[in-house]
Design a protein around this ligand. Structure first.
Ligand code: AG3
Length: 285
């Protein structure tokens, strides 16, 4: 307790700092260091192992983008699996659709319990909804044992590939996700960033494995002020649906959802990547 700044290191000589008004909570769970802070500009900030996961000010960007593009490509998504996502923000967005079932597998129950206490903005999704089945388990093991073709959509809302999130960036995990998806299945994953060396290395590794596993493996971008460089990516991998060619704007429009970041103009644009990133991806085998 008593920390004055949240400081996330992006490179040996680069870091991002937010002044802390109040250090609300600090605890080491079986899996990781968990902290909540009150800040002036970003509101409540939630970190795992000193990396920023969620802030009240910009979480809408991440949670819009991890969820809505998939539903605009397959508006008939009914069975969804979220791996990770313990803050509840991804589940909150998914539950806005007329889906039948949402399974969420989070490794660290403490993250969920503490977000319920300190971050109701995202954790309100844990309030009762009979479609929602929340499990505390290892995501890697869960998909290894899940039924073939069980899901229309799998969303991997993970940390960076260090610590408990590491297994969620392995070829074995992606292969099991492929197997658990049906023929129109989509996998969305937290895909790091191309800008700083460390994030870029992980981004390339993830993309390479996804490309080997799925016939369609695309990347899309969004602007995330509190993540390294502010330029962040999700992966869109699928068995048959292309995120741009199979985009269904009219059908998504008829859901009549109010969103704060995602919109139908932005959808195809998010898949159009800057030159330096295209160059990096070209070299990925
Ligand atoms: N998931 C973590 C995204 C990666 C953040 N990385 C970092 N700050 N270095 C966020 C979970 C939101 N539901």
């Amino acid at each position: 307790m008593g920390k004055k700044y949240i400081r996330e290191t992006y490179a040996n000589d680069v870091s991002f700092t937010i002044e802390v008004e109040q250090h609300l909570h600090s605890e080491k769970s079986r899996f990781q260091q968990i902290d909540f802070y009150q800040t002036e500009t970003f509101g409540t900030v939630f970190t795992l192992d000193d990396l920023i996961m969620v802030t009240e000010k910009d979480e809408f960007i991440y949670h819009d983008m991890i969820c809505h593009p998939a539903f605009a490509v397959n508006p008939n998504i009914k069975r969804v699996l979220i791996i990770g996502g313990g803050d509840g923000g991804t589940a909150r967005e998914v539950l806005r659709y007329p889906i039948e079932a949402l399974d969420m597998v989070e490794i660290d129950e403490r993250v969920v319990r503490l977000c319920q206490q300190f971050l109701p903005l995202t954790a309100s999704s844990f309030d009762s909804d009979n479609r929602f089945n929340l499990l505390f388990a290892n995501g890697l093991e869960f998909v290894a044992n899940a039924k073939t073709g069980a899901y229309d959509l799998i969303i991997v809302d993970s940390t960076d590939p260090i610590g408990p999130g590491e297994g969620l960036f392995t070829a074995e995990f992606y292969r099991n996700c492929y197997r658990c998806l049906n023929d129109s299945g989509i996998l969305i994953n937290q895909h790091e960033s191309p800008f700083y060396t460390r994030d870029c290395r992980e981004m390339v590794r993830a993309h390479s494995k996804l490309k080997k596993t799925f016939p369609i493996a695309r990347i899309y971008q969004f602007h995330m002020p509190t993540y390294p460089s502010g330029h962040w990516l999700f992966g869109f991998a699928a068995k048959s649906l292309d995120p741009v060619q199979d985009f269904k704007p009219a059908e998504w429009g008829s859901f009549n959802l109010q969103t704060k970041y995602y919109n139908l103009d932005l959808h195809p644009a998010a898949f159009m990547l800057p030159t330096y990133l295209k160059e990096i991806l070209k070299g990925v085998k």
